[in-house]
Design a protein around this ligand. Structure first.
Ligand code: NAG
Length: 171
């Protein structure tokens, strides 16, 4: 009886003591368990201090915020490669397609996904995030094998997929 009468008090004490650091990790872990790349999801979110106080929609936004400069770096690199090859070659065509793809990713798909997320248009936001991943994969597949854009394409594809998965779990 004594234990039973004490336990609500102990529970409250434990919640107060443990919740500030436990809850943010729990939100991150719970959210990332709904994605297809748990490890990337957790490491990405834990790298941004804003994640500590974010809800799942906020975590989706943070993922897109982390993705944008990475996609932009790949865009810049793609432009450089495009400008370094001669016209009329297949590499010129492939890089040209990737310049278009990344131009849209950086100027449209990621900013659109962020504003749709802010407006709680989750279905649209998910579509734009998924488009980022699909288009990075489209750029990559043209080459039929490893190429200078492979690391950037994989990074953008994988992180965009995490973002789309998180948004897909928001309902
Ligand atoms: C992309 O990178 C370029 C060059 O570093 C920079 O000028 C531009 O502001 C960046 N754009 C975005 C959307 O981050």
């Amino acid at each position: 009886m004594r234990i039973i009468s004490l336990s609500p008090f102990l529970l409250v004490v434990l919640l107060i003591v443990l919740s500030p650091c436990e809850s943010s990790n729990n939100v991150i872990e719970k959210t990332c368990r709904k994605t297809t790349n748990y490890a990337l999801c957790v490491s990405t979110l834990k790298s941004d201090p804003r994640s500590a106080t974010a809800d799942p929609a906020g975590l989706a936004s943070i993922t897109l915020d982390v993705l944008l400069p990475k996609a932009n770096a790949t865009f810049t690199y793609t432009l450089k490669l495009f400008e370094s090859v001669s016209g009329g070659t297949s590499l010129y065509r492939f890089y040209g397609t990737c310049v278009d793809v990344y131009g849209n990713i950086v100027a449209s798909h990621i900013p659109n996904a962020l504003s749709e997320l802010a407006a709680r248009k989750f279905s649209d936001a998910r579509g734009d995030a998924a488009m980022v991943g699909n288009n990075a994969a489209f750029c990559e597949e043209q080459f039929g094998g490893r190429n200078p854009l492979t690391p950037g394409n994989n990074e953008v594809h994988d992180l965009a997929t995490v973002a789309a998965d998180i948004i897909g779990s928001l309902g």
